[in-house]
Write a protein that binds this ligand. Sequence first.
Ligand SMILES: O=C(O)CCC(=O)C(=O)O
Length: 370
Amino acid sequence: MAPSFENIGNELFNFVVREGNGVKGMVDSGITTVPDQYIQSPQERIVKQGIDPSYPPSLVSPIDLSELEGPNHDQVVELLGQSAETLGFFQVINHGVQVELLEQLKDAAHRFFNQPPERKAFVYLKGASPSPFVKYGTSFVPEAEKALEWKDYISMTYSGDEDALNFWPEECKEVALEYLKSSTKMVKRILEVLLRRLGVTVDHTETEAYIGTRMVNMNLVSKSELTVGVGRHSDMGILTVLLQDGIGGLYVKVEDDRLGRKKGEWVEIPPTPGALVVNVGDTLEILSNGRYKSAEHRVWTTNAESRVSIPVFVFPLPTKKIKPLPQVVEKDGVAHYGEFLFEEYMKNFFGKGHEGKKSLDFVKITMSPS
Ligand SMILES: O=C(O)CCC(=O)C(=O)O
C-alpha cells in the first residue's frame, strides 16, 4: 500500500529533507495527495498557462549573440539593454554553448535524478557529500519556508577543474563543467556590453571579482498543481543562464509599463529549442544603480512528466565589496543601494525562504518623502 504522509509533520520532513529522499522519493513512493506542508496559499499559486502571442519580442524571438561581433552590434546591445531594463529576462541563440551539449545536459540531469536515493541523494547530502562544493537538496531553505517547494536539486560550485572531475556526479560532471565554462564566457561578454552601454568600463581584475563565483545546478520539478516548484524570487548574482526543457512553466513578473502588459502580470518564458534564457540578478541591479532590473520569477508545471532545468549562477567573490558603480551614480546624482560585502548578501539570501525581491531590501536606500 502507498505510504501516506498526510499530517505527520516531522516524519515527512525527515523522509524528504533530512534523509534526502526528496520530492521525487515522496512521489515515487506513491503518495496520492499533496501533503499540507507543500500546499501554497491560493494567492501564491499560478493560474495562468500558455504562451501569449503578444509577448515582449525578446522572449519570443531570441537575441542572436553572434551579431554582437558584426555590423548589427549596436542594435543587439540595445536589445539586450532594453530587455535588461524592462523584464530582466531574455533568450539568446548563437550563444557559444554547443546545442548538442544542451541536449546531453538534459539527458544527464534525468539520468542523475532517476537513480535510486542511495546513489544520488544520500551521497551528496550536506554533511555526507565528498566535497563542500557539491550539495543535493530539496526545496530552497526547508527549515525557513512557509510552504515547501516541490523541487529537488543538485548544486555544484566551481572550485577548479580537478575538483569538478573528482567530486561532481559521474552522470553529469563533464557536460556540466563544459556548460559552466561556456556560459561564463557568454556572461562576461553580456556584462561587458551592458556596462559599456551605461558608460562604464571595468578592468579585467574587477570583472573577475564580480563573476568570481560560479555554480551550476540541476533542478527537477514534478507535476505540482497546489504547490510551486520554485517560489517567487530574484537571483542574487550578476546574470543567470538557464537551460529549460520543452515542458515550460517558468514565469516572470512584469514590472515595467513599456512591455505593453499589466504591471504585476506573470508571463511564461516560452521554451525555445537551442536557446538559453538569461536573467538579471540583484547584484547587476545594484551595480547599475537600478537601471537593469533583477526579475522576480517562479516555476510551476502541470505536465505529467517531470521538468528539468539547469541554471548557471554567476556571482561575486564573497570578499568583494559591492555598491552602485560610481560612474552611474555620478550621472544619476544619487545612489539607490548601500555598500556591502557580498558574503553578507549571501548570508541574508540563504537565511530565508524565497519571498520575491525582498532580498534587495537588505541594501536598498529608501528616500524619505520630502
Ligand atoms: O527552473 C527554472 O526555470 C528556474 C530555476 C530557478 O529560478 C532557480 O533555480 O533559482
